[in-house]
Design a protein around this ligand. Structure first.
Ligand code: DX5
Ligand code: ZN
Length: 235
């Protein structure tokens, strides 16, 4: 059963010229996690931000920084992001030569570890590394860009993983976050929560809704109300 929902603004859509203020503002408005998208112009076509930027924003906020690595190879960046203050590091299994080893490397560096499943990536990647997972990130767009449309098949994937996590927890297993990333908006977040996600990345939906006074309370409040409605419907 999903007990709590976390809102994770993706700073990919923030105003990079004011990044420190932007992260402070979304956290002041109620964000639970900062989602940090790292793209390398190799695994994905886009090129974004690295450990130096993570280190610069880390002292500005007191919520977990969730580093989503869209890079290939993966391993060399793991200690660099851990040192830069990442709390969670997730990666795409197709981008790592040795998935189990990369998960262990993330944990040895003191971070929580996650696997990211692209729209066409099967759930079988989870099978033999389940015990090492703190987070499963379901991509509801193909990785590389903000502002794409939600791919509805992600709902089936979320429901299947939710069932598995809940059964695991009922059997006394560890907690695993189920995060969704791509095309999450005020008008679909409720349905996505009902499918079983507990952590919701939203980039363009949040950062394009900045109020004239620079705050984000209105859009984050609207997302939160939809999540509460999903919880009520479940009760
Ligand atoms: C896409 C990134 C996402 C992106 C989401 O590859 O992983 O985190 O910022 O952006 P929206 O919410 O605009 O789809
Ligand atoms: Zn992401």
């Amino acid at each position: 059963m999903t007990t709590s929902h976390r809102i994770a603004p993706s700073i990919l859509s923030a105003d990079f010229a004011r990044l420190g203020e932007e992260v402070e503002r979304v956290v002041a408005a109620g964000a639970d996690v900062i989602h940090f998208d790292v793209m390398d112009n190799h695994y994905v076509p886009n090129l974004t931000i690295g450990p130096l930027v993570c280190e610069a924003i880390r002292p500005r906020v007191d919520v977990p920084v969730d580093v989503h690595l869209m890079v290939k190879p993966v391993d060399a960046l793991v200690p660099m992001f851990a040192k830069a203050g990442a709390d969670i590091i997730s990666f795409h299994p197709e981008a790592s030569e040795h998935v189990d080893r990369t998960l262990a490397l993330i944990k040895d560096n003191g971070c929580k570890a996650g696997l990211v499943l692209n729209p066409a990536t099967p759930l079988s990647w989870l099978d033999h590394v389940w015990a090492k997972l703190d987070l499963i990130l379901v991509m509801s767009v193909n990785p590389g860009f903000g502002g794409q449309a939600f791919i509805p098949e992600a709902l089936n994937k979320l429901s299947a993983i939710r069932k598995r996590i809940d059964a695991h927890k009922r059997a006394g297993g560890h907690d695993i976050w189920l995060e969704v990333d791509g095309g999450v908006k005020v008008d679909n977040i409720r349905k996505i929560a009902e499918a079983g996600a507990d952590t919701f990345v939203a980039g363009s939906a949040i950062f394009s809704a900045r109020e004239p006074d620079g705050t984000y309370g209105k859009v984050i409040g609207a997302l939160r109300r939809e999540l509460e409605a999903a919880t009520m419907a479940r009760a």
